[in-house]
Design a protein. Sequence first.
Length: 168
Amino acid sequence: MKQLPKAKLLSGNEVVFIAKFFSIFLILEAAINYFGFLALQEFLAKSTAAALGLASSGSIVFIGGGSFEISPSCTGLVSSSVLAAVVFSLRKPDFGKKILIFLFGAVLLLILNYFRVLAVLWAGKEFGIEAGGIVHVVSWFTTTIFVLALWYFFTKKITGAEEFSDFM
């Protein structure tokens, strides 16, 4: 009878990384939802609606018979909090480089997020609100994967680390 391979337990460094990651992410996520960032939400709604010839009110963009609300989660700040959680949960690089990586990444994410919201609204306008919803979900996951890939590439370049475990 063939034996199943034994499950590998997480190392101490991996457990510390996971604990730090979720602590940082949950604190930032709570702050995003608590503070709301209404000015950023309204800016995104107004400017993207104007670019597409749509009406908006506050953080709501109207499309045909429906609407999209630009919530705190739609601002790009959640993606930035994922980036912050990854960057600040690891031992490498040094703190100054972590700050630079995070700031560069957060600015890039906010810019990319603007175009992501624009794409969601465009899809909703052109193909119906359901299509906009699909583009919303797909683009959010794509953005997250893109962020993690860029972080990994640039952190490897900065630290000279070869494997993810070298960051811990």
